[in-house]
Design a protein around this ligand. Sequence first.
Ligand SMILES: N[C@H](Cc1ccc(I)cc1)C(=O)NO
Ligand SMILES: [Zn+2]
Ligand SMILES: [Zn+2]
Length: 291
Amino acid sequence: SYVIDQQSVVNPMLTQMQASNIGQTIVDMSSYANRYYTTNNGVNASNWLKQRWSTMAAGRSDIAVTQFTHSAYPQKSVILTITGSDNPNEVVVLGGHLDSINQSGTSETTRAPGADDDASGIASMTEVLRVMIASGYKPRRTIKMIGYAAEEVGLRGSQDIAQNHKANNVNVVGVMQLDMTNYKGSVNDIYLYTDYTDSAQNSFVGNLITTYLPTLKIGYDQCGYACSDHASWTSAGYWSSMPFEAAMGEDDPYIHTANDTYANTGSQAEHALKFARMALAYAVELGSDGA
Ligand SMILES: N[C@H](Cc1ccc(I)cc1)C(=O)NO
Ligand SMILES: [Zn+2]
Ligand SMILES: [Zn+2]
């Protein structure tokens, strides 16, 4: 049962979260010509994220940052692990994908900034990490933050990783996917997608939003297909949720083109900040549970 009881820990952390930090990470990631899963740029962007998270985690002996090698292509996924203090075998996952795509080209220099899809999700996660570290927060369960490779070409990075967790009998108690968080295309703020996700966890996420972000409006919708990495975890038998920026058909119209830029989301990250705050509440509420 999903109990919400960490208000004294979560609320002070929420106030520290800043849209400007999220925007900077989006700009940094968008500066690669592309982050396509087979290019040198795509490999370099993964290495950049590993370095970025490693620098943030320096000094925390309970935090490790590794890259997950995918045999079929050069781009690696990045996995940050905060080992739980007294219930480490139960694992909470926050995810987003670090790759990008331009539907009209796959060369080394094809422009695919992927600011919204999905630098916004990685940036939202990175701000969660920054505030957890700044607050000295130490979870009882293990929390993993994952930047998946090769999402755009068939959820391939997350498929490898979710199946690896299943094969190793890892007790993942919940997964949240952040893919596209910064284009406010619809009337509601956060849309919980109900297909390829877990309904009980979706209810919990809705309760987190009403508890911690009471001014936000929640919508519901369906993709109709396996539209992001949450589906890899669901098919591996784990519970996942996919909070998304807009209703179907009202999402960022520039994705998968050279125009998926920070400027085309207004050069600000106020929408993404809502998702970062929701993700922090999710990770701390689930991460604070003992055995
Ligand atoms: N297809 C997804 C984006 C996406 C997800 C849901 C909806 I509705 C529309 C678009 C993608 O490109 N993920 O990288
Ligand atoms: Zn995406
Ligand atoms: Zn995409």
